[in-house]
Write a protein that binds this ligand. Structure first.
Ligand SMILES: [Zn+2]
Length: 1003
């Protein structure tokens, strides 16, 4: 994978993710153990350099270095079972051949100890990992994994170390993963030679995303002196210049312990990690001088401008308005952690939310559709930068946008910021430190990666509470502290780049021509002898890819290592305001409350339905009660961690033609702010505003732009949603809510000159949705907070409207569904309180349909769906295993390795839809026949018990993925699937046999 998005761009993005179980802070805890390490202590070739407690994140950081090689090591001890390892290399290419990216792929193709092809992908099926991946950023490459199982941790660590330090880097691996010349049909030397290769295709796909294209050029031009001037992922036109020799050389100099940073996280003991890393990898090296440091960027003495051309966006709301422009300012060295913290906050004040000066000045000027890509603070390069601008503007408005930006900066320097906005931002940091997610280790490793990469202190970066105190102090001593920074970094900064991008109708055509020229040049350079070799290598590659693999060298967990039962979550049910069911789930939430509600769509007239997603995305942003939309946004930032609404379609667990339709309200806040948050919900339910037409237009345009920008990354999802549209009634609604139909509707609305008719639909939808007629609620909070929470929920529900007479559902076929009794502790409770009203369509006839969307991209997304059985049917477990088996043992090989697509496989969704898909695929027709062959392959039953066991491990790794305290019990609340049903399903998964698989494949 390649992308700059992994890098911790936003400090504030950090703690979407504090992990679970931190409440078990008790004596003998991992934190106390970590605090025992002494500075200078030597453990397995490493020396302890620093031990620091960071109480606000419930962790202890231990910094070490390896004596012989100089490898750096950071261990973060925390009471979290989802342990993580990562190794990071500073990779600083000086050309756009994509060498670090191709290397990232190639090292995963086999190593000395694990010479089988693709051990990395094979391990996905032999492990209970909760995360495994590899990333190439602009200036480093990172290999992280996480797991909750200690044995699994050792297995994966062994495979990762061997891959990174002792890869085979065979020529055929380079050809498969990087680029190669091969006959279109490799077995037919009469067909023309073409470029193939996974990274080659991946990058062709990546740059069909105009936002990413813009971001890439922006970085290249703003930091033009060294590694940031090139494309680390690879430019498809430069990739064919890379040789196998250069690849091996790059590995030798960059993937060396002296250029490595190791990171471990969680509750497993540190000594074990150190011992294994030292013995299996580091003892085999001696220190070198890697010379990979990136020099400081030479500052410009005057601002620069740059213009680029891109492909045109066929989903753009207005084809004459497809220009993007932004102004970017080079800020500070990211190793200066306090200055970086301050500038990050400052950036949020400038561009975050409807009260920020740039939102008001740019978005509300009605010139463009949304901010330009990478708006705000960017901290993943050695020097951070700030960027602001607009996309979706007319070319003639470039000057106007530039003037607005300059004027806004002057105004900020003069007026400063409201105190309340600064408080709201600091409140947000407090929430982010308390809110726990299940991937905290992963969030940490990406958060520290950039700063550490440039010799900054990662521990310093973690001390967020110190930074907040220091920040408050500065502000107190000097009230114009922030204004002075704006003057220094924005007004008086000559290192500033104005970049614009506009579409060129023939852009893709021109790119194709350049590629054809490159191809011709490469082919012409081949001698007859080399041509023959090329043909033979092509055959060799196919032979290798088709050869059955001996994977016995790889470590593996066994099915018996999987826990036979799941821990049950205790839930409490009660009625509030007489008859509205509320689910309470007491959890160690660190002083946070999570409130959710579901309201049914059953009574909503059909003609209003397509507007539900739009209603959801604007209803918390239009103002309510006495608050205008700006004040409402301010209150939400000051008092909550977010309030949002989304459409909710849940297929039934036992009938494919039944489903629940509604909208989901979600919100979170600190304990102390619960009354304020519930008051906001009351105002939104009772007195939402629908008057601000201009503001509504801004929101619609932003939604349209986001949807359009999302297609290149989610093409396979759109394809799958569309393909399942005619298979179940829920599928039809899915397509309306989240499929291409929705994209087109929003685009049409954004193009309307008079938007009032759409705006007028919202209060009508409100009448059906924002009441307590068909509602249920849920609360996740600490046990101490529950009684307070239930009072607040009661008040809220009493205060919102309830229809006097019952409204009739629009579709007559409604079935009432009560969950089965739940087992709580040892008692059986009858939880029939939550009765879900499902829609069913007894006359629905699934039918086949084919659609092909022409997208202006050089790659395809293919989806094919089959209607199967619901969750509770006995065949469901077999189909789930079968999907995994087909992906691992057949589709991955055919679609990715042979076909050259970025990805492909099969999945089974909760709705009982079995989906084949491919992602960024150079083929389409032949992929369909691959799908067919996969089914034949399964019917023939050509798989071994080992294959089935591996598929089971992979399925259980997903089933047993950790769940954050905020999300415990959500399955039950949303879908009605109880822990008992899950346990039953678990037993069915364990019981799946070869015969079952062949049986379901034949149905
Ligand atoms: Zn990649």
């Amino acid at each position: 994978m390649w992308g700059r998005y992994l890098a911790a761009r936003r400090l504030l993005g950090l703690s979407r993710t504090l992990s679970q179980k931190s409440w078990r802070w008790k004596s003998g805890s991992v934190n106390e153990r970590a605090l025992q390490y002494k500075i200078g202590e030597r453990i397995h070739g490493f020396t302890v350099n620093q031990v620091t407690a960071v109480p606000e994140l419930f962790l202890t950081a231990v910094k070490l270095s390896h004596e012989n090689t100089g490898a750096k090591y950071l261990h973060v001890a925390r009471e979290d079972s989802n342990n993580l390892f990562s190794v990071q290399f500073r990779t600083t290419p000086l050309d756009s051949t994509g060498v670090p990216h191709i290397l990232e792929h190639t090292v995963l193709c086999g190593s000395q100890k694990y010479p089988c092809r693709d051990p990395f992908f094979k391990m996905l099926n032999r492990s209970l990992s909760t995360f495994m991946n590899a990333f190439t950023a602009s200036d480093y490459t990172l290999y992280p994994f996480s797991t909750q199982n200690p044995k699994d941790f050792q297995n994966l660590l062994s495979v990762y170390l061997d891959a990174a330090f002792f890869p085979c880097l065979r020529q055929l691996d380079f050809w498969q993963e990087g680029w190669r010349l091969e006959h279109e049909n490799p077995t037919d030397p009469q067909t023309p030679l073409v470029f193939k290769g996974i990274v080659f295709n991946e990058m062709k796909g990546a740059f069909t995303d105009n936002e990413r294209f813009f971001s890439q050029h922006l970085q290249n031009k703003l930091l033009p002196d060294h590694t940031y001037a090139v494309i680390s992922g690879g430019d498809p036109l430069s990739i064919p210049d890379l040789t196998w020799e250069q690849l091996k050389q790059f590995h030798a100099t960059h993937y060396h312990p002296s250029n490595a940073r190791f990171f471990t996280y969680g509750n497993f003991p540190l000594e074990q990690h150190l011992k294994q890393i030292h013995e299996e990898a580091l003892t085999k090296f001696h220190r070198i001088e890697p010379n990979t440091a990136i020099p400081v960027q030479q500052l410009w003495d005057k601002p620069r401008e740059h213009h680029v051309k891109c492909g045109s966006d066929s989903f753009a709301t207005d084809p004459t308005k497809q220009t993007t422009i932004s102004v970017s300012f080079l800020l500070t060295d990211i190793t200066d952690t306090f200055e970086t913290f301050t500038l990050n906050l400052l950036s949020s004040l400038l561009v975050g939310g409807p009260n920020s000066p740039f939102y008001k000045a740019l978005l509300e000027a009605n010139l463009g559709t949304d901010f330009s890509p990478d708006v705000g603070f960017n901290g993943c390069t050695r020097e951070a930068y700030f960027s602001v601008g607009l996309q979706g503007i007319a070319e003639k408005d470039i000057e106007t946008v530039k003037q607005i930006i300059a004027r806004t900066i002057d105004e900020v320097i003069e007026k400063g910021f409201e105190e309340e906005r600064i408080e709201a931002l600091l409140h947000k940091i407090e929430i982010q430190m308390k809110h726990q997610s299940t991937s905290f280790g992963l969030a940490l490793t990406s958060y520290i990666a950039s700063c550490w990469n440039h010799e900054g202190d990662p521990v310093e970066l973690l001390k967020i509470a110190d930074k907040v105190t220091q920040f408050r102090q500065h502000l107190k001593e000097n009230p114009t502290f922030l204004q002075e920074k704006v003057k220094q970094y924005f007004k008086d900064n000559p290192h500033r780049l104005t970049m614009s991008m506009s579409p060129d109708e023939s852009y893709y055509e021109k790119q194709a021509k350049l590629e054809a020229e490159k191809l011709k040049q490469k082919v012409n350079a081949l001698s007859e002898e080399e041509k023959k070799e090329t043909y033979e290598k092509g055959l060799e590659l196919i032979a290798l890819q088709s050869k059955p693999q001996d994977t016995s060298c790889l470590p593996a967990l066994k099915v018996s290592d999987i826990a036979p039962t799941i821990p049950f979550t205790e839930l409490e049910m009660a009625f509030a305001a007489d008859e509205i069911p509320v689910q309470y789930c007491a959890q160690p939430t660190n002083g946070m409350v999570y409130f959710r509600a579901v309201s049914s769509l059953n009574t909503l007239p059909e003609e209003l339905k397509p507007y539900v997603p739009l209603f959801c995305s604007v209803i918390t942003k239009m103002g309510c009660g006495a608050l205008g939309y700006r004040e409402q946004a301010q209150q939400m930032e000051l008092k909550t961690g977010g309030m949002s609404v989304s459409p909710h379609i849940i297929p039934d667990d036992s009938h494919l033609d039944a489903y629940e339709q509604g909208v989901l309200f979600s919100s979170l806040c600190l304990d102390r702010n619960l009354p304020d948050m519930m008051h906001l919900w009351s105002e939104i339910f009772n007195n939402p505003h629908f008057e601000e037409e201009e503001h509504f237009r801004v929101l619609v345009k932003m939604t349209a732009q986001e949807l359009s920008n999302g297609i290149p990354d989610s093409g396979h999802l759109y394809a799958s949603v569309r393909a399942s549209k005619t298979l179940t009634p829920a599928g039809e609604l899915q397509e309306m809510f989240i499929g291409m139909d929705q994209v087109k509707l929003i685009k049409r609305i954004a193009e309307m000159s008079d938007i009032k008719p759409v705006l007028r639909k919202l209060p009508r939808i409100k009448k059906y949705l924002l009441n307590s007629d068909n509602m249920r609620c849920s609360v996740n909070a600490t046990p101490q907070q529950m009684s307070q929470a239930s009072k607040e929920v009661e008040n809220f529900l009493k205060g919102i409207t309830r229809s006097k007479k019952e409204r009739k559902p629009v579709r007559p076929h409604v079935i009432e569904k009560s969950p089965e009794p739940m087992l709580v502790g040892r008692e059986r409770l009858n939880c029939s309180q939550i009765t879900r009203k499902l829609i069913t369509e007894p006359t629905f006839k699934p039918c086949q349909m084919k659609t092909h969307f022409l997208l202006p991209f050089p790659v395809n997304y293919v989806g094919e769906c089959i209607r199967t059985v619901p969750y509770t049917a006995p065949d469901y477990a077999s189909l789930q295993i079968l999907a995994r088996l087909m992906t691992a043992k057949f589709l991955h090989r055919e679609i990715r390795e042979k076909g050259g697509a970025y990805g492909g496989g099969a999945t089974l969704s909760h709705s009982g839809i079995f989906t084949f898909y491919s992602y960024r695929d150079p083929n389409s027709i032949s992929t369909f026949s691959t799908f067919e062959k996969a089914a034949e392959w399964a019917q023939a039953g050509e798989f071994a018990q080992q294959d089935i066991d591996e598929a089971k491990l992979a399925v259980f790794a997903a089933v047993d993925a950790p769940i954050a305290p905020s999300d415990k019990g959500m399955n039950h609340f949303l879908t009605g699937i109880s822990d008992e049903m899950k346990q039953r399903h678990r037993e069915q998964l364990f019981a799946v046999s070869s015969d079952h698989l062949i049986d379901v494949a034949n149905k």
